[in-house]
Write a protein that binds this ligand. Structure first.
Ligand code: B12
Length: 324
């Protein structure tokens, strides 16, 4: 069987001869230096010999081109990180976590903002980079591998990043719906809802975000003040279900004199209560992907919900509309 060309592996000698045509000064020691600096990461044989992939060789060509353009090693490292990030947000997420757990907050911030600069879509930065890092933080915290102060610091870093990226991407559009968003009383997990709001703002929604632990009367006040068309409520802990029910009851009962907004609830805490909420006219979004969430939340209200997204995202959507 012949292997495809891209699967070929090169020993260090073969890699040098392959590269020397275009880059005569590339030597064994240059390749070892790139590796020591963490710019390339060749495989190793059982006997410890380096094996370079076709992708490694492409990477070395880029490094040489950037060196020729007089980029510093630090700049080259950053460009490679960004390149990796765009190719693999999972890699970026791991790197973010690594920097943040070591207290390298400035570098972690820079990493994410730079990925944004070079075009990583906002929803992907949130879904594929920040969210997995936060989930991993939770797991490490539970198993004692991360301290509470580290978790707090990484949460605050995430909050800053979400805020900065949200401001960068916001495109308010007067034709898009007015949204009031809040975490219900006692609920302190607000990063997920912040991400939802960031992506909705990017898509033109005029979002009034009230934050964590918001009492029903403040939500009601904002719904009235802003003439909200959509109310987004977030609940991470199932123990907060009574507070969610109470919030919906209070807000509904006290806004009967104005056009009735849509109520959309999300977060892991409500997932076991979809039927109950749907029967009460509340839409539950079970999908965690922000693209799907934004599509459903901002869907044209005259369009039938089943036409606007897949069944998973609208689990209770149709039922909710019918109950209104
Ligand atoms: C950071 C964090 C905290 C921070 C929150 C900081 C902040 N400003 O948000 C603090 C320190 C305050 C905290 C406290 C607690 N936490 Co905590 N926390 C986390 C952690 C590590 C990350 C949360 C997060 O931001 N996730 C990432 C976001 C993006 O995901 P998300 O919230 O699910 O949001 C997405 C969707 O759900 C959806 N979504 C969310 N809301 C909405 C709303 C709408 C309308 C829509 C459409 C969609 C939507 O969209 C988002 C984007 O995908 C999680 C770990 C984890 N697995 O999530 C634990 C975690 C949630 N916490 C947990 C616990 C136990 C607690 C505490 C009880 C700990 C304690 N003993 O004090 C307290 C409770 C505080 C309270 N009263 O709310 C547990 C919950 C377990 C459970 N039974 O569900 C977790 C899972 C950790 C664990 N592995 O055990 N926590």
């Amino acid at each position: 069987m012949t292997l495809p060309a891209e699967a070929r592996l090169f020993t260090i000698g073969e890699a040098v001869s392959e590269l020397q045509g275009a880059y005569p000064d590339v030597s064994h020691s240059a390749l070892r230096f790139f590796q020591r600096e963490g710019l390339v990461n060749p495989l190793r044989t059982a006997g410890g010999h380096r094996l370079f992939t076709v992708t490694d060789l492409d990477r070395i060509r880029r490094i040489r081109n950037w060196q020729a353009q007089r980029y510093s090693l630090a700049e080259i490292r950053q460009r490679l990180e960004t390149m990796d990030a765009l190719a693999s947000p999972a890699h970026l997420s791991q790197r973010l976590l690594e920097l943040a757990t070591h207290g390298e907050m400035a570098a972690a911030t820079h990493l994410i903002l730079h990925a944004d600069d070079v075009g990583l879509p906002l929803a992907s930065t949130f879904d594929d980079v920040l969210r997995p890092a936060l989930i991993e933080v939770g797991e490490r915290w539970v198993s004692g591998l991360l301290t509470v102060s580290q978790e707090h610091e990484i949460s605050e870093l995430s909050r800053d990043l979400i805020a900065e990226l949200t401001l960068r991407h916001a495109e308010p559009d007067r034709l898009k719906p007015i949204v009031v968003a809040a975490c219900i009383a006692e609920e302190l997990h607000d990063l997920g809802l912040r991400m939802v709001c960031g992506v909705l703002r990017e898509r033109g929604a005029r979002v009034h975000y009230l934050g964590a632990n918001v009492d029903p009367s403040s939500i009601e006040e904002s719904v009235r003040l802003r003439r909200a068309e959509i109310v987004l409520l977030s609940i991470s802990l199932e123990a907060h279900m009574p507070a969610l029910r109470e919030t919906i009851r209070v807000v509904r009962d006290t806004t009967v004199d104005m056009p009735r907004p849509r109520y959309v609830v999300g977060g892991r805490g409500c997932l076991g209560h979809r039927e109950e909420l749907a029967a009460n006219g509340v839409e539950v979004l079970a999908d965690h992907r922000l693209e799907g969430i934004a599509r459903v939340v901002l869907a044209d209200s005259n369009q039938h919900p089943d036409e606007i997204s897949g069944p998973e995202e609208v689990s209770s959507h149709s039922a909710a509309r019918h109950a209104r």
